[in-house]
Design a protein. Structure first.
Lengths: 221, 81
């Protein structure tokens, strides 16, 4: 099981994701520098959180033009599982792999707290067997206010592509309390704002996030 | 002489602008009660290389806006050449 973790200049959760995939779950994690191509034979690709390109212009706007993204888009369009976490979610939206945009939090404040999200919608590589579960996972972002036009939101809901929803209200004003969505030819592309890699070990006091990585490894098997 | 394109990127009407609202509240607290609303945007100068006066420069700036400078899901843009 080979999982590629893309590092952009300014990514800061790549090591945490690597740690969970490689050391906690015992899979084969590979860093991929943003200027390189994706190595052959990857089973899944993760775009980690952080501040790629310093969030200049808009979050994710510059990262989407990194050379590696051409391969990521090809991998996603071919049905390969792609998971974007936080800044990774923003990059997937800017790259057009997922609809909508993550805007500045309505409060204008950086939110850093545990939230509860419910797994909903159609099954995806990241949520297999988890539907209906309420997971406690931390968020940490200033731009997580998911926004799209009403037609797009209706389509996402109708097609079961809202796969994570905040329970008890979105902490930053996200439309319809959306925390994560899916896209791609087989709903193989998933983006979410919460950080499952920060809740994947007992020593951190919470292992709910680990379920998403376990699902990803199961799906890629 | 080199030419500079000026690009104004603004949030589409109807898209909430919490930063603009915060600025409007500050102006109110400074006593500017005539302020009804404030919207924040970006002003971008794109300096074109000297002698690069392409016949389709407006079209190319428009392309730059669509591809990178603006996110047309939530933003409008205006080009001044």
């Amino acid at each position: 099981m080979k999982i590629g973790i893309v590092t952009f200049p300014g990514s800061n959760c790549d090591h945490d994701v690597y740690h969970v995939v490689q050391h906690v779950l015992g899979a084969d994690a590979r860093y991929v520098w943003h200027k390189d191509r994706l190595p052959a034979g990857l089973d899944a690709v993760i775009l980690p959180g952080g501040f790629s390109y310093g969030d200049y212009l808009r979050c994710g706007a510059l990262a989407r033009f990194s050379p590696v993204m051409e391969d990521v888009v090809g991998f996603a369009k071919g049905g390969g599982p792609v998971l974007g976490i936080c800044n990774g979610f923003q990059i997937l939206c800017e790259a057009g792999l997922l609809p909508g945009v993550l805007m500045r939090n309505a409060s204008l404040k950086f939110v850093c707290q545990d939230v509860t999200v419910e797994v909903q919608g159609e099954e995806t590589p990241v949520t297999s067997g988890l539907r209906g579960q309420k997971l406690r996972i931390p968020v940490a972002h200033a731009e997580g206010n998911y926004s799209a036009d009403a037609e797009t939101l209706d389509r996402l809901e109708g097609e079961g592509r809202v796969v994570f929803r905040y329970v008890g209200g979105a902490p930053q004003g996200a439309a319809r309390d959306i925390a994560g969505i899916a896209g791609g030819p087989r709903l193989n592309v998933v983006g979410l704002m919460p950080h499952p890699e920060r809740a994947s070990e007992p020593v951190l006091g919470n292992t709910d996030g680990r379920k998403l990585f376990e699902s990803l490894l199961r799906s890629a098997a | 002489m080199s030419k500079t394109a000026r690009v104004f990127v603004t949030l589409k009407r109807g898209v909430l602008d919490p930063q603009g609202s915060a600025v409007a509240r500050s102006l109110h607290s400074l006593g500017y009660s005539e302020v009804e609303d404030v919207r924040l945007g970006k002003y971008i100068e794109v300096k074109l290389r000297e002698g690069a006066a392409l016949a389709d420069e407006r079209k190319r700036i428009d392309e730059m806006c669509k591809k990178l400078l603006a996110n047309t899901v939530i933003e409008d843009y205006e080009i001044q050449l």
